[in-house]
Design a protein around this ligand. Structure first.
Ligand SMILES: [Zn+2]
Length: 565
C-alpha cells in the first residue's frame, strides 16, 4: 500500500463521524419502508490515473434512489475461483454523496456490506479506491503498463440488485490504446440519449463519447452488463495489448496478448480456431456473439468466464504459440480447458454454480464433473483438432490417473468430498495434503474416461459422454434455464447409457478403487502399475493398448482415440 493512503487521518476521522451519525440515524429509521432497488440506474467510472500507485478510483452513480436507506455490497469471491478472497480488504476511501454533494452517512454492517442513509436522495454518488497489485486471475491489478480488472474485486452493487443492468466507463491510463473484455461496448447517442451498440461492435474498437441525460458527457470506453452475474463474469484488460481476431461460424474471437512474440500470426490464429471449432463441434452451438482470450504474462493460472478467459503464460515474455511441439501441446491444452468451460461449468452446470451467492461459499459435490470432465475433454478437443495423437491422449490420461492413485489421499477423500471441500482445501495445501486429499481435476478426469467407456460399451458405441453433455446443455441450460442436481446428472448419464451406473457413481462418492481394467477393456486397454523407481517414491499408472482387439473394442478405441494425420 502506498504512503498517501496510510496517511489518510482525515479520512479515518470522517468515517468515525459518519458511522456515529449513521448509528443514530439507523436507530430511528427502522420504520422506513424498504423498497427494492429495481428502478435504480447504475453506472460506474473507473479512473486509472493513479496506476503508478496500483490504485483504481471507482465512482458509482445510482439514479432513482427513492428509499431512505440503501444497502451496498461487494462480492467476497469470484466465480470459478473457489476461495473466499475478501475483496473489501483492498477497498478504501469510501465516500457517498447525494445529488447536492452532501455526505450520506453509512454504516458498515459486515465485512462486505454498507448500509447507507440516503435521505431519499434521488441520486447518489459513491466513490472508493481499490488497490490492485497482485498477478492472479482472481485479483485486480494495475500499473502504468496495463490494468486487469476482476469486476468482483472492484465493484459495489445494491443489495437485491443482482439482476440490474449497469454501465462501466473506463478512463484508461494515458498512452494506453486498447480495452479487451467480453462485455458489450456501448455508444450513447447524444441526440436521443438511447444506448446503441456500434455497428460491427468489438471489444477493442474506437473509444466512444457517451452522454447520459442530465449528466456531463464522458469520454472513454463504455460497456454494458445486462446484470451483475454478467458483469462479475467479464474481466477487463486495458493497456497496449496486441489483438488478433479470427472467426468461427462468423463469430469473432479476439486473442488479446500483453506481450506479443515473434510467431507466425496467421498460423497462430488458424490453430486457435481449430481448438475452438473442435470444442464447439462437441455441443454444436456457439452460445456467445464474441469471445475474448485475455492473455497476460507474469502470474498464475487461468479462469473461465461467460464469453472470455483470463490466462497467464507464467512469464513476462511467455510464449502463446510455442514452436516446440510438447510446449505447444501443453499450452493449447490449457487454452482448450478454459475454453470448454464455457460449456462445462458456464452453461452445463450444477445448480450451485449459478446464479451465485457472492457473500459466501457456494458448495457443490460436482466439481469432479465440472473441472474433472473438462480435463478429460482437453484431450478429446486436442485430439479432434489434430494436435494430440492417440498415444499423446493415453499418456495424458495416464498422468491424471497417476496423480491421484499414487497418493495416500486417494483412499481417504472421495471425488465428491474433494469437490465440496475445495473452499478449504484447494488453496490451503500443506505437507499433509497428499495424505488426506485428492484433486477433483485428476479423479474427475479418470472417472470421465471410465464413464465415457461405459456409455460407449453399453450402447454399442452409438452414444458417448458427448451425448450427456449435449443433453445437459440443451435440456437444462437452454430449455429449463438452470443447472442440474446431482441426481439429475446421474439420471441423464444412465439414460444415455441405458443402464444403471451405481457402480461408477459409487466410485465418485467413495474411496473404493475403481475397477479400471474392466472398463478400460471396453476399448481394448488396460492399466499397468509401475512400482516406484526409488524407495519411498510414487507408483506410476500407464494405460496400455492391447495387442489384439475384438471388433467392438476397435470400434470404441478408434472413435475415442482418433488417428491424427
Ligand atoms: Zn478448469
Amino acid at each position: 500500500m502506498n504512503s498517501s493512503l496510510k496517511s489518510g487521518t482525515h479520512y479515518v476521522r470522517f468515517v468515525w463521524t459518519v458511522q456515529l451519525v449513521g448509528l443514530l440515524l439507523f436507530s430511528t429509521a427502522t420504520s422506513a419502508a424498504f423498497v427494492g432497488p429495481e428502478d435504480l440506474k447504475i453506472s460506474y467510472v473507473v479512473s486509472m490515473d493513479d496506476a503508478l500507485n496500483h490504485n483504481f478510483r471507482v465512482t458509482m452513480t445510482l439514479e432513482g434512489v427513492s428509499t431512505d436507506t440503501l444497502v451496498l455490497k461487494m462480492p467476497v469471491w469470484t466465480p470459478g475461483y473457489y476461495w473466499i478472497q475478501n475483496y473489501p480488504k483492498n477497498l478504501s476511501r469510501l465516500e457517498i454523496r447525494d445529488a447536492a454533494g452532501r455526505d450520506c452517512p453509512f454504516l458498515k454492517t459486515s465485512k462486505n456490506i454498507w448500509k447507507v442513509a440516503t435521505g431519499g436522495a434521488g441520486s447518489l454518488t459513491a466513490s472508493w479506491v481499490v488497490y490492485g497489485n497482485s498477478h492472479s486471475v482472481a485479483d485486480a491489478f494495475i500499473d502504468t503498463t496495463h490494468a486487469f480488472i476482476v469486476p468482483a474485486a472492484l465493484f459495489l452493487y445494491p443489495e437485491d440488485g443482482l439482476k440490474m443492468p449497469s454501465q462501466v466507463t473506463l478512463d484508461i491510463y494515458p498512452g494506453w490504446t486498447t480495452v479487451s473484455t467480453g462485455l458489450e461496448p456501448v455508444a450513447t447517442s447524444a441526440a436521443t440519449g438511447k444506448s446503441e451498440a456500434p455497428a460491427g461492435a468489438e471489444k477493442a474498437g474506437t473509444p466512444a463519447v457517451t452522454e447520459t441525460a442530465g449528466l456531463p458527457p464522458v469520454t472513454g470506453w463504455t460497456f454494458s452488463a445486462s446484470c451483475y452475474d454478467v458483469l462479475f463474469d467479464s474481466p477487463i484488460l486495458a493497456g497496449n495489448q496486441e489483438v488478433m481476431t479470427f472467426t468461427v461460424n462468423s463469430v469473432p474471437h479476439h486473442i488479446a496478448v500483453l506481450n506479443p512474440g515473434s510467431y507466425d500470426r496467421e498460423a497462430l490464429k488458424r490453430d486457435y480456431a481449430k481448438v475452438v471449432e473442435s470444442a464447439v463441434s462437441i455441443i454444436g452451438e456457439i452460445p456467445y456473439s464474441h469471445y475474448s482470450f485475455l492473455i497476460m504474462g507474469k502470474g498464475m493460472g487461468g479462469l473461465e468466464h461467460l464469453n472470455s478467459m483470463a490466462v497467464f503464460t507464467g512469464r513476462e515474455d511467455g510464449d502463446i504459440y510455442p514452436a516446440d511441439r510438447r510446449l505447444f501441446r501443453g499450452w493449447m491444452e490449457f487454452i482448450a480447458h478454459e475454453f470448454f468451460h464455457l460449456y462445462n461449468i458456464k452453461t452445463i452446470r450444477p445448480v450451485a454454480l449459478g446464479p451465485f451467492d457472492y457473500d459466501r461459499e457456494n458448495y457443490t459435490n460436482m466439481l469432479w464433473v465440472s473441472e474433472g470432465f473438462t480435463v478429460y475433454y482437453e484431450n478429446i478437443i486436442m485430439n479432434r483438432a489434430g494436435f494430440m495423437t492417440p498415444d499423446d491422449m493415453l499418456e495424458s490420461l495416464s498422468r491424471s490417473i497417476t496423480a491421484y492413485e499414487s497418493i495416500p489421499g486417494s483412499r481417504v477423500q472421495s471425488a465428491t468430498l474433494s469437490s465440496f471441500d475445495t473452499w478449504i482445501n484447494f488453496f490451503s495445501r500443506s505437507e499433509n495434503s497428499q495424505n488426506t486429499t485428492i484433486s477433483y481435476y485428476d479423479k474427475g478426469c479418470g472417472l470421465g474416461l471410465l464413464l465415457d467407456l461405459k456409455i460407449r460399451k453399453s450402447t454399442g458405441n452409438r452414444k458417448s459422454l458427448d451425448d450427456v453433455m449435449r443433453t445437459l446443455y440443451y435440456d437444462y441450460h437452454k430449455k429449463l434455464g438452470r443447472g442440474f442436481t446431482d441426481e439429475e446428472f446421474r439420471t441423464e448419464c444412465e439414460k444415455a447409457a441405458g443402464t444403471d451406473l451405481g457402480e461408477l457413481f459409487g466410485w465418485a462418492s467413495s474411496v473404493v478403487r475403481p475397477d479400471y481394467d474392466r472398463y478400460l477393456d471396453y476399448a481394448g486397454l488396460y492399466l499397468k502399475e509401475e512400482a516406484p523407481s526409488v524407495a519411498g517414491g510414487r507408483a506410476r499408472y500407464v494405460i496400455i493398448k492391447k495387442e489384439k482387439m475384438t471388433p467392438e473394442q476397435e470400434l470404441i478405441y478408434n472413435d475415442l482415440f482418433r488417428a491424427v494425420n
